[in-house]
Design a protein around this ligand. Structure first.
Ligand SMILES: Cc1cc2nc3c(=O)[nH]c(=O)nc-3n(C[C@H](O)[C@H](O)[C@H](O)COP(=O)(O)O)c2cc1C
Length: 330
């Protein structure tokens, strides 16, 4: 069993990564349905929360069926981070996660996200400010370091544990790598094997098949795995990994029927959450992913993303079902 503060997770939990514009309640619900053990909101600006920006506020929406769920915040100012942690606490998530990994320029330039990897002192102060202002467990997600000449995850892990974080997720890339190259999990394994470290260490980066998940689990000895991109349009990845761990065999791939059902639920839950206009609009970006591998799908996708009424989108999905029922996606 893995524990984060008083949250109990199964042995070797699978985590859904926080992903901007992706990890919202409808998507999280799908991932939960298909086996994710712990999920996170997309990152939320501490400054936005304090300004009471509607966009930031809406990202705080969580529902009981998705628990345990964490809210992720980012920012480069101690007071703003402390205040936003208190705002987050009012919506009662299971934990607060701090983003020290975002490589995007507009975040890094403000001394937030992966920007703080260049200033571990600031990273520690920001973390302390959050830990001291909430009774919720605080976790951190970060990268190996700023660039390959300054990998400092060993020091970061020890110092953040010392100020009270309850788990650490490490994406095996530096900020300079952005999303290029391959994640290097050997650094993550070294942190996990540090006798000073007693909090759960979760590995992240490039897990996209059950075979790879098992290989990395055995090879790197981490406490659990966080999956990001591989879950987009493919929430089945979580149960596929779990099944493979248990049996050494692969579950049958989702059928066209399964894919239509997932896309339907995604749209339905988005509409329930945000209303028809916004729900229909925000689900558009997901269809290509759910139906990847279906031949000549473009024409159907084109129609799905131009309808404004959910009923019309469902009709196109019915057509997909009729046309491709039984089709085996390679
Ligand atoms: C579209 C997208 C949005 C992301 N947004 C966030 C975010 O809000 N917070 C965060 O900590 N990481 C974010 N990430 C990084 C992921 O959480 C994860 O660390 C990264 O994708 C590597 O894992 P993967 O190879 O399993 O995708 C994002 C990644 C993608 C692709």
């Amino acid at each position: 069993m893995v524990r984060i503060g008083n949250i109990q997770l199964p042995e070797f939990p699978l985590l859904l990564a926080p992903m901007e514009d992706v990890s919202d309640p409808p998507f999280r619900r799908l991932c939960k349905t298909h086996g994710a053990d712990l999920m996170f909101s997309e990152f939320i600006s501490s400054e936005g929360l304090i300004r009471d920006a509607i966009k930031s506020r809406q990202k705080l929406d969580i529902f009981d069926y998705e628990r345990p769920v964490g809210i992720q915040i980012f920012g480069g100012d101690e007071e703003a981070m402390a205040m936003s942690a208190r705002i987050v606490e009012t919506v009662n998530p299971d934990l607060v996660d701090i983003n020290f990994g975002c490589p995007v320029k507009k975040v890094v330039c403000k001394g937030a996200g992966a920007g703080v990897l260049k200033d571990v002192g600031l990273m520690v102060r920001l973390t302390k400010a959050v830990v001291n202002s909430t009774s919720l467990p605080v976790t951190v997600k970060t990268r190996l370091g700023w660039d390959e000449t300054s990998i400092n995850i060993d020091e970061v892990a020890e110092r953040l544990q010392d100020v009270g974080i309850k788990a650490l997720t490490i994406h095996g890339r530096t900020r300079a790598q952005m999303y290029k190259g391959e994640a290097d999990w050997s650094h993550i394994a070294r942190v996990k094997n540090n006798p000073r470290i007693n909090i759960p260490i979760f590995g992240n980066g490039d897990i996209d098949t059950p075979e790879k998940a098992l290989d990395y689990k055995n090879r790197y000895g981490i406490d659990g795995i966080m999956v990001g991109r591989a879950a987009i349009g493919y929430p089945w990845i979580f149960n596929e990994i779990k099944h493979y761990f248990k049996t050494g065999t692969c579950l049958p791939a989702p059928t066209v029927e399964d894919r239509v059902e997932a896309a339907r639920n995604h749209l339905k839950w988005a509409v329930e959450w945000k209303g028809e206009r916004v729900g229909v609009f925000e689900t558009r970006r997901h269809y290509a992913n759910y139906f990847k591998g279906i031949p000549n799908f473009k024409e159907y996708r084109q129609r799905m993303v131009t309808h404004d009424a959910a009923a019309d989108v469902y009709s196109v999905m019915d057509e997909v079902l009729e046309k491709f029922a039984g089709y085996k996606i390679a």
